[in-house]
Design a binder for this molecule. Structure first.
Ligand code: BG6
Ligand code: MG
Length: 222
């Protein structure tokens, strides 16, 4: 098998935290008097905390100094942390644990590549911490997706060449980051949105080793 490591995005791939991000951003937008819908929330997926706030301010045509923006981002994060602090292992998305266990049984290294600074808390709450050999998250990475830094860092941490890594991503910015890192990318979600990925599935419950082997063959890796 050509693939040596699999790198998973967190939010939207392993757990559905997008709903908590939405609730917290919505509360902030309401306080600011900015109209913010679930459709607008799609634009925030995979995007860093500050960049997300900037999208919301732009929707309301609001301009605020950096110091104010930093305060608002930390208020939003406080509310978000209240939600994720109550998460349980039941919130791990379908198929995630079976797929990761199948990969491990085949000696594939497992790493995490996420923009979130709250990654350690989420992994702890859902009981997934021990599954990962490496965690590259918002606390160790400086350049947000679509920059490839987060995935290159994860590959380095598990000692694997980028070309031997497969990334699982639900956000357009994340797919771009994986491709820029020179990795195989499996999109998790809608084919029309993630069409740049090498393969798109609706969720990890549709993934198995066999599909990776077929993909490797199609891409000319043996
Ligand atoms: C990404 C999410 O994984 O992490 C984004 O898709 C979020 O919506 C980003 O803004 C940063 O997360 P956090 O937890 O550091 O605010
Ligand atoms: Mg995501």
């Amino acid at each position: 098998m050509h693939t040596k490591a699999c790198i998973f995005d967190l939010d939207g791939v392993l757990v559905d935290t997008a709903k908590y991000h939405f609730l917290a951003w919505k509360r902030l937008a309401d306080e600011l008097g900015v109209n913010f819908t679930e459709t607008d929330n799609e634009r925030l997926k995979g995007v860093s905390r500050m960049a997300s706030l900037e999208i919301i301010l732009e929707l309301g045509n609001r301009h605020l100094p950096v110091i104010e923006r930093e305060k608002l981002a930390s208020v939003k994060n406080r509310w978000y942390v209240e939600y994720i602090s109550k998460m349980t292992p039941e919130e791990i998305l379908p198929g995630v644990l079976d797929f990761i266990n199948e990969l491990k049984a085949n000696k594939i290294k497992i790493a995490l590549g996420s923009a979130s600074k709250n990654t350690p808390l989420i992994l702890e709450r859902v009981g997934m911490k021990k599954l990962f050999e490496a965690v590259a998250d918002g606390n160790v990475v400086h350049n947000a997706k679509p920059d490839p830094e987060v995935f290159l860092k994860a590959a380095e941490m598990v000692g694997t060449e980028p070309s031997e890594c497969v990334v699982f991503e639900d956000a357009v910015a994340g797919v771009e980051a994986a491709l820029r890192a020179g990795m195989i990318c499996v999109g998790i979600g809608d084919q029309n949105v993630l069409s740049d990925s090498h393969l798109v599935v609706k969720g990890l419950d549709e993934m198995n080793i066999e599909k990776i082997l077929v993909l490797e063959k199609r891409l000319g890796y043996e």
